[in-house]
Design a binder for this molecule. Structure first.
Ligand SMILES: NC(=O)c1ccc[n+]([C@@H]2O[C@H](COP(=O)([O-])OP(=O)(O)OC[C@H]3O[C@@H](n4cnc5c(N)ncnc54)[C@H](OP(=O)(O)O)[C@@H]3O)[C@@H](O)[C@H]2O)c1
Length: 293
């Protein structure tokens, strides 16, 4: 059996879709709040608030044997500016709730936790793309909270996937992604400004979901893995790929200096956080991981 925590999020909904296509297992998909639930056969939708221990216990009671569960844990407060403004609120979701969940599901067969490239900090002249063994030096409160959460996850013997900037068309009708906004605005003839910088080893949600599902079937995978694409892309590069895919005119996608975009944020962002994915490629036995828009 699989449990997807945060299944009505962008990544969660792609993972549910991938599990339905690539496995025959029963799936429990948890949603939070009133958000929509995608219909698939074999998927049992269960309400879960990870900050409420009773809610976690109710989920446990639905599962016959927690030791037979393979879990994906995606619940998070991950808006960098919100985490900076409300660090205690965010910590309650990102760390305290995670600890409560892991106490109850400590004997699960496997668990993959969604961490972030933000744990590394800024690339340097010496480190052009971070490897899993490189020192971590987060520049944001979000990065620091995820790093603390990683330590909790690995102390239980579970796995951490360090994810890059992810994108893709939302599978959820009422929740639009940055990707959908670019397509919609450009079709309407509105301008969309994108930074000529903020380099990340971006990857699409579908590829990330398919890789996570493969990893969940691999015994003894490395405890911490960079799960990202081969190429470091700017936000503008990503916009260009989206425009090409949808045959949209590029004149509405406006390139803006990185420093201008940085001024719009409350929290610090790194200029470049590229990650090295060679360990992941060796685990999967593939020679390349390219973004699929
Ligand atoms: N998006 C990126 O580019 C990116 C990059 C690196 C890492 N990540 C990590 O990847 C994971 C998934 O991100 P995403 O892009 O799919 O974002 P998302 O759509 O916001 O997914 C996060 C999910 O967590 C759920 N959640 C929040 N608070 C919860 C609570 N108290 N109890 C239960 N569920 C709760 C949310 O449900 P509600 O919306 O109903 O509250 C949402 O479904 C996150 O852990 C994030 O930190 C994301």
């Amino acid at each position: 059996m699989y449990i997807v925590v945060g299944a009505n999020g962008f990544l969660g909904s792609y993972v549910v879709k991938s599990l339905v296509s690539n496995t025959d297992e029963e799936i429990i998909a948890t949603y939070h709040g009133k958000s929509e639930k995608l219909y698939y056969p074999r998927v049992n939708w269960v309400q879960l608030d990870v900050t409420d221990k009773n809610s976690i216990s109710r989920l446990e009671k639905l599962v016959e044997n927690t030791a037979e569960c393979r879990i994906f844990y995606f619940a998070a407060c991950h808006n960098l500016d919100l985490v900076k403004r409300e660090p205690d609120f965010a910590k309650n979701i990102n760390i305290t709730a995670l600890e409560s969940f892991l106490e109850i599901f400590s004997d699960a067969e496997s668990l993959w936790f969604s961490s972030t490239d933000c744990v590394y900090g800024e690339n340097t002249n010496e480190i052009k793309a971070f490897k899993e063994t490189d020192p971590t030096c987060p520049v944001s409160e979000y990065g620091r909270q995820k790093l603390e959460a990683e330590k909790v996850v690995t102390s239980y013997g579970f796995n951490v996937a360090r994810l890059p900037f992810m994108l893709g068309a939302s599978l959820l009708e009422n929740k639009k992604h940055f990707y959908d906004n670019i397509v919609e605005k450009t079709i309407q003839g509105q301008d969309f400004t994108l930074a000529d910088g903020l380099w990340r080893s971006a990857l699409d949600y579908e590829s990330v979901a398919d890789i996570l599902v493969k990893l969940s079937m691999i015994k003894n995978a490395p405890q911490t893995l960079n799960l990202c694409g081969d190429d470091a892309l700017t936000k503008y590069d990503v916009g260009e790929l989206i425009a090409k895919k949808h045959n949209l005119p590029m004149n509405h996608i406006i390139k803006v200096p990185e420093e201008e975009i940085m001024k719009l944020f409350d929290e610090r962002r790194t200029s470049s956080t590229a990650m090295d994915n060679s360990l992941l490629k060796s685990v999967l036995g593939v020679s390349e991981i390219k973004i699929r828009i």
